[in-house]
Every structure is written in structure tokens, then in C-alpha cells.
Design a protein around this ligand. Structure first.
Ligand code: F6R
Length: 600
């Protein structure tokens, strides 16, 4: 959450910071700001509430000079989006400027101490106290002052600091990602590789508790005790083309249409002559129980994982919200495998849950998209999704890649435990990318439904079994990007209460593809029709029975029931996308949201 980019080198920093920030908008867009050191004389600072895009052309006309600078795009935690609360923040003398991601939990205590000492704190943010602490400790050595200040902080931070008279950027992290980008005679600092990919692919990942002292030609990293830390330079595999819109109106739409390819990538090299190849550092035979933890859309993948693993292997699986798991003293022990699912690999709750599990003696496995992310580095073993960068705030291609990867994992556990592997599913996995392509070839029915229901006050999504989590996911997609209230529910539970909501204005979307509960779903559709609800049904091609009773039909190709969530979710992504677009909402930047939630 929030984006940071910094530059030090021979070039003018402003255009580099501006283009970097634009790449980081998906991390927060409540306000933005820059601070540039102008020839070692003064610091120029500019910040505004609102989204950077609205100001870009005016900013480009202003001449901000300086070869060292830091910039920030904010997702508000403490204090509303305003100019005062926007980053960078500065000290009393306006010598030191700082940008920060994360939350400082003891900021109130520190604030009263600082105020008693005469510091004037002008914003409502937790961030501002950090820069005053640095000022307090500054005696000519910025790195040392930052370290002293950090020792007093409780909470999370990824931060970058500059001082008017110092040719350097000091960067530090604890719980919020930060990387150093290495160029020729220039260096970058960023919360996210996307911000600097245009300039370099060579990066160093900072770990929690590390502080980097960065000049144009070199960097050094120390821990908070001042001990030097050797760092490895790594190469980012993503290309610039992958983070462009490529002619699509929105990143979300592009990413929906990328799914045939991202699903192929999830399979690539992992299926060989009916054998599943996953290199896991885990003794599969010693697993007694599996616990899956994650958040949001990734939590919906976790719910489906329970069906897959229990269905294929009979190993008991528990699913938990990562944010709940951490704080309820979970019963976790040796013999448990804790699986963390996360697109970003940075979600604070999931990271915290995985650390908790490890501390309690469980083995940990990460199902992650972003290579180099914190969770992927800390788990005992991991499987990458290879979905490519996901920029749209609403997760789409990462979700289907999770489902594909988790299906492989369930089959792999079956295989490694010497059980007969489910051949039909194994065979069908390879057909999924082309079936997704078929759905994407004709989206007319979905657009028509979007037009019809774009002004609805509410939506219900109903499913059973392995498609109940898809009902939850369809509802989440709709509410987060269109702001229409939507609820996902198990279809069989309607009669226990929510059916009271049904009237002629209520659209009810059923996941009604072929399954072991198909006849039950038929009855549930009848129950809604009898109460005049409007039924939209996702069905298999040539389904004549439901076609007769549903008001609207979305057809998808037939597949194995366990894999049907992958196909069924595509139409729901498109439906949410088109409704948001028709309502004039930019689905890439829905209000109050940000990609990669690095605070609790
Ligand atoms: C919804 C969405 C979020 C994320 C959640 C977890 O469309 O994207 O609900 O799924 O914040 O994020 P990751 O998977 O990065 O841990």
C-alpha cells in the first residue's frame, strides 16, 4: 500500500519520479508528492491530494530541478487525503524530507514526547513523527540519525529519506517492501519493481531491519545495530511490455484477456507424461493436516483448495482468513502444513500468519505470484504462479492461476502419497486455457446483462460446493469496482433467511454448470423464480433445462466439476468489469482500495 520511488544520479530526477509514480498508482492514489534536492542548495517539494493523472500535464510544465529526489503515492491510513497529510513530510527546519509506507503503531506516544520537546507536528499522519525523530537525532550523519529514529518505532515501514545537504538517499524497511535498483552511475529506490523497470532490472531486495545508504554510484546496507550486511544483486524477470495496457481500455480488461496465456504459464513444465512435477522441499507423506491462510480473492482460492485437497487426498484441510488466524492462538503443530496464498506475496496479514505458523513448528508453503516478494522468501517451500504482473487492483488472472496451481498441488499430493491420480482431471487441466479463450471470444451476452442491471441496488450470487467460493468471488468483484452491494451465498442456504430479499428488482446470479448438485440448483432457481427474482444463470453450452426458466443465460464450455470454478469466474469478472465501466468507474482505481495491502 502506498508507492515509493526515489532517484539519485546524473539525470534530472523529476521525469523519472513522475513516470515511476504513474506505475505505482495501483498501490494507492489518494494523494501524491515529490521532494527534490536542487543542486545541494534547497529542497523543492510539491504535493497534492487526488490522483496523479489529474495533474500530470500541469506538472510537466513546471520545471522541478534536481538530481536527487523521492516521491510517494498515498493510500490513506492516518488522516484524510489532503495536501497536509500527503507525503513527503518534513522536519521543523525543512531540511529533511521523508516518504513512508506502513503504519507506526506507537506514533501517539512519540508525538507527545516530540511536541513536549518543541517539535511542531502539522499533519494528522503517523508518518510525520518519523521525520521529526530523525531531526532530533541528526548531527551531520543522516544514516545514523535514521537508525536511531527507527529503533524507537513500533509498526511497519518502508521509507526513503533525503537531507538538503547530503548527496544520498537513506532507505529502510520493516514489514513493507523496498528495493534498490542499480543503474550505471545512478541508483533507484522503490516499493515495487514496476516503478523502475524502465531503467534497470538489477535490484537488491531489502530485508526487515535493514537500512541502505544510497549514493549515485554505490550503496551499502546495514542492520539497525550498524552491522554491514552483504546483499545479492538479483535480476527482475518481468518486461516493460507486461506492465503496459497494450491497447486495452483498462489493465483489468487486459488481464482478463491474458488468462489463456497466464493459465498456460501456470502449467508449463509441470505436467510431463501424466506426471506432475513440482519441486517442493516438503515431505508430503508426513503431512497430517493442511491449513490454508490468505485474504480477499486469495481466500476464495483457499476455500476451493479445501475441496481439491480433501477431495483428492482425504487429508483434512482448514481454511482461515489470515487476519483471524494470527490473533486467535491457533492450534498449529509439527506435522501441519500451512499454505499461504498471495498474489503480491506482501499482504501483511498473510505474511504475519505464515510467520506465526512457522514459529509454532508447522512447515510453510507459499503460492505466490511476485518473485522476490517477502512471503516467497520466508516460506519453507513455494510455487510461483507465473501469471506476470497484475496491475488492476481487482485480482483476475492471479486468481485463475492460483486455482490452476492449487489443482496441480492437490494432484501432486495424491501422486506423491502413492494414490491413484485422478486421470480425467489431469487430462482436462491442459484443455482449460483454450476453453477460457472460447469464453473470451464471445462476451455479447455478458455485456447485455451488464447494461440491463448496471443500475441495480443489489446483487446476489449463488453457488454450491466448489462453486460457492466463486459466488463469493463474483460478489466481491462486483462490489469492489462498481460499488453495487453484492452478496455471495451458498444456494442451499437461501431458504434459511436471505430469500426474504427477493423481489422483482433483485438480480440473482446462479453458478449452475454441471455438478453433483445440479438438480438441487435447479430447485433453488425455481424458488427464486417463484418470488419473481431475476435469474441470471451461468450454464454449460446446450443446457436446455435451465435455459427454459432463467431470464438470462451465460454459456461456458463443459469441464470437470473440480475445474469449473476457473471457467465460471471469467464471466463474473467480465460482468463486474462492464457494469463498472458503464457506471463510469475506472475499475483499475476503485475508491478506497489499493493493490498489495501491507498494513493490518
Ligand atoms: C480483490 C483483491 C484482494 C486481494 C487481497 C489479497 O480483487 O485483489 O481481495 O486478493 O488483498 O491480496 P494478495 O493475494 O496479494 O495477498
Amino acid at each position: 500500500m502506498c508507492g515509493i520511488v526515489g532517484y539519485i544520479g546524473k539525470r534530472e530526477a523529476f521525469p523519472i519520479l513522475l513516470s515511476g509514480l504513474k506505475r505505482l498508482l495501483y498501490r494507492g492514489y489518494d494523494s501524491y508528492g515529490f521532494a527534490l534536492i536542487n543542486n545541494g542548495k534547497e529542497i523543492v517539494c510539491f504535493k497534492k491530494p487526488g490522483k496523479l493523472d489529474n495533474w500530470e500535464s500541469r506538472l510537466l510544465k513546471m520545471k522541478f530541478e534536481g538530481k536527487i529526489g523521492i516521491a510517494h503515492s498515498r493510500w490513506s491510513t492516518h488522516g484524510e487525503p489532503s495536501e497536509l497529510n500527503a507525503h513527503p513530510h518534513w522536519d521543523c527546519q525543512k531540511n529533511i524530507y521523508l516518504v513512508h509506507n506502513g503504519i507506526i503503531e506507537n506514533y501517539q506516544t512519540l508525538k507527545s514526547i516530540l511536541e513536549k520537546e518543541g517539535h511542531k507536528i502539522i499533519s494528522e499522519t503517523d508518518t510525520e513523527i518519523i521525520v521529526h525523530l530523525i531531526e532530533k537525532f541528526y548531527k551531520g550523519n543522516l544514516e545514523r540519525a535514521v537508525m536511531e529514529a527507527l529503533k524507537l518505532l513500533e509498526g511497519a515501514y518502508g521509507l526513503a529519506v533525503v537531507h538538503k545537504n547530503q548527496n544520498r538517499i537513506i532507505a529502510a524497511r520493516k514489514g513493507s517492501p523496498l528495493i534498490i535498483g542499480i543503474g550505471k552511475g545512478e541508483m533507484f529506490v522503490a516499493s515495487d519493481a514496476a516503478a523502475i523497470l524502465k531503467h534497470t532490472k538489477k535490484v537488491v531486495y531489502l530485508k526487515d531491519g535493514e537500512v541502505a545508504n544510497i549514493t549515485a554510484n554505490k550503496f551499502r546496507v546495514r542492520n539497525l545495530d550498524g552491522k554491514k550486511v552483504e546483499k545479492e544483486v538479483e535480476e527482475i524477470k518481468w518486461t516493460l511490455g507486461q506492465i503496459e495496457k497494450k491497447g486495452f481500455k483498462h489493465f483489468m480488461l487486459k488481464e482478463i484477456f491474458e488468462q489463456p496465456e497466464s493459465l498456460e504459464n501456470a502449467l508449463r513444465g509441470r505436467l510431463k507424461q501424466s506426471k506432475i512435477k513440482l519441486s517442493l522441499d516438503i515431505d508430503i507423506n508426513s503431512i497430517k493436516r493442511i491449513i490454508v491462510v490468505s485474504c480477499g480473492t486469495s481466500w476464495h482460492s483457499a476455500l476451493i483448495t479445501k475441496h481439491l485437497i480433501e477431495g483428492f487426498t482425504r487429508i483434512p484441510v482448514e481454511v482461515d482468513y489470515a487476519s483471524e488466524f494470527r490473533y486467535r492462538r491457533p492450534v498449529v503443530k509439527k506435522g501441519d502444513l500451512v499454505v499461504g496464498i498471495s498474489q503480491s506475496g506482501e499482504t501483511a496479514d498473510t505474511l504475519g500468519a505464515m510467520r506465526e505458523a512457522k514459529a509454532r513448528g508447522a512447515k510453510t508453503l507459499g503460492i505466490i505470484n511476485v518473485v522476490g516478494s517477502t512471503i516467497s522468501r520466508e516460506v519453507d517451500s513455494g510455487i510461483f504462479l507465473h501469471a506476470g504482473p497484475e496491475i488492476g487492483v481487482a485480482s483476475t488472472k492471479a486468481f485463475t492461476s492460483q486455482l490452476m496451481t492449487l489443482s496441480l498441488l492437490a494432484l501432486y499430493i495424491q501422486q506423491e502419497r502413492g494414490n491413484k491420480v485422478n486421470r480425467e482431471i489431469l487430462r482436462e487441466l491442459k484443455n482449460i486455457p483454450s476453453k477460457v479463450e472460447k469464453i473470451l471470444e464471445n462476451t455479447r451476452a455478458i455485456k447485455k446483462i451488464a447494461k440491463k442491471f448496471k443500475d441495480s441496488k443489489g446483487f446476489l450470487y449463488l453457488g454450491r460446493g466448489v462453486n460457492f467460493p466463486i459466488a463469493l468471488e463474483g460478489a466481491l468483484k462486483l462490489k469492489e469496482i462498481s460499488y453495487i452491494h453484492a452478496e455471495g451465498y451458498p444456494a442451499g442456504e437461501m431458504k434459511h433467511g436471505p430469500i426474504a430479499l427477493i423481489d422483482k428488482n433483485m438480480p440473482v446470479l446462479f453458478l449452475a454448470t454441471k455438478s453433483c448438485t445440479y438438480d438441487k440448483i435447479m430447485s433453488n432457481i425455481q424458488e427464486i423464480k417463484a418470488r419473481k427474482g431475476k435469474v441470471i444463470a451461468v450454464v454449460n453450452r446446450n443446457d436446455k433445462r435451465i435455459r427454459k426458466i432463467a431470464d438470462y443465460i451465460i454459456e461456458v464450455p463443459k469441464t470437470e466439476e473440480y475445474l469449473s470454478p476457473i471457467l465460471n469466474t471469467i464471466s463474473l469478472q467480465l460482468l463486474a468489469y462492464h457494469i463498472a465501466d458503464l457506471r463510469g468507474i475506472d475499475p483499475d482505481y476503485p475508491r478506497h482500495l489499493a493493490k498489495s495491502v501491507t498494513c493490518e
